[in-house]
Design a protein around this ligand. Structure first.
Ligand SMILES: Cc1cc2nc3c(=O)[nH]c(=O)nc-3n(C[C@H](O)[C@H](O)[C@H](O)COP(=O)(O)OP(=O)(O)OC[C@H]3O[C@@H](n4cnc5c(N)ncnc54)[C@H](O)[C@@H]3O)c2cc1C
Ligand code: FES
Length: 281
């Protein structure tokens, strides 16, 4: 069992948990993820390793409550435990040798981008970070990102905090002003990663995106997480989740993301009925 040693509510739908998992903490690198199961009837879900502390033997996850499993996880408290916590999985991000980077986080993607910005900063790279949210109540990790960035820009869609607009508006401005980067790392909704990749393509700047297709086994066996990159089939769990944004077929990824919408809705409704003690029809 893996104990929750710290729980924080970052905003109404996003929670942070620090989990005691010494073997995962010992090997974890930015860009990697874990697969967890809350209890023995639970579904396996992948979550990014947002941070780790090798000395304490803990791994931090940050997750948005979007459906049955993330809501169940979010209902657990400090001192309670998770049944399975497997990792680190996936390939670590290749950040060595990068001297300047723009790190772009969209919404929850900021939690996935944070360990990459932190690592780049620790390697001495110049880091410009741009994080965007729908409104000020949804902003997460602003302080943490500012500590690992030379410059941090915050956007909100409605202008309730920071600059009104999208992360791509700021990135476009930075590029038009003549800023150049060895790499742009963009993590967030597919539509945002696609927009960033289209923008950086014009400037010939290498762009890394983090793909998050539905994963089942996380070992490259089931094929559930396949994405097309440069015309080839790749499995995000073992070949990624980081890929060259200029090579990813985002339109296909967006279609595949909608595939299980109906089943996910039914599963969440059943879970909520059970919580309320109602019979699910
Ligand atoms: C490599 C990777 C890293 C991720 N990191 C994070 C993270 O750090 N924080 C976070 O909040 N979310 C992360 N996700 C997404 C997270 O796995 C899903 O939000 C979660 O599985 C939803 O489960 P659910 O039962 O709560 O919701 P459901 O209602 O079952 O699904 C809601 C949506 O979540 C996605 N999803 C559902 N099941 C899976 C699955 N088995 N694998 C992947 N996606 C799924 C689908 O897009 C789906 O439409 C990551 C996904 C991947 C692939
Ligand atoms: S999750 Fe099964 S192949 Fe990647």
């Amino acid at each position: 069992m893996f104990q929750i040693v710290r729980k924080e509510i970052l905003n109404p739908s996003i929670k942070l948990m620090e989990i005691e998992a010494p073997y995962v903490a010992r090997k974890a690198e930015p860009g990697q993820f874990i697969i967890l199961r809350v209890d023995e009837d639970g579904e396996r879900i992948p979550l990014t390793i947002a941070d780790f502390d090798r000395d304490k033997g803990t791994v931090t996850i940050i997750f948005q409550e979007v459906g049955k499993t993330t809501k169940l996880l979010g209902s657990l408290n400090e001192g309670e435990s998770i049944l399975d916590f497997v990792g680190p999985l996936g390939k670590p991000s290749h950040l060595d040798g990068v001297k300047s980077a723009a790190v772009i986080g969209g919404g929850l993607g900021t939690a996935i981008a944070y360990p990459q910005a932190k690592k780049l900063h620790s390697l001495g790279a110049r880091v410009d970070s741009v994080i965007g949210f729908r409104n000020k109540d949804l902003i997460i990790l602003e302080e943490e990102m500012s500590k690992v960035s030379n410059r941090l820009f915050v956007t909100t869609d409605d202008g309730s905090n920071g600059t009104k607009g999208f992360v791509t508006d700021i990135l476009k401005r930075l590029l038009e002003e003549g800023n150049r980067y060895d790499v742009v790392i963009a993590i967030g909704p597919l539509v945002m990663m696609k927009a960033v990749s289209n923008l950086t393509r014009e400037y010939g700047i290498k762009t890394i995106v983090s793909m998050n297709p539905v994963m089942i086994d996380g070992t490259g066996m089931c094929g559930g997480c396949r994405v097309t990159v440069g015309g080839n089939v790749k499995f995000a769990c073992v070949d990624g989740p980081d890929f060259d944004g200029h090579q990813v077929d985002f339109d296909e990824a967006m279609r595949r993301q909608l595939m299980y919408r109906n089943e996910e809705k039914i599963s969440l409704e059943e879970h909520e009925c059970r919580l309320r003690g109602e019979k699910y029809a």
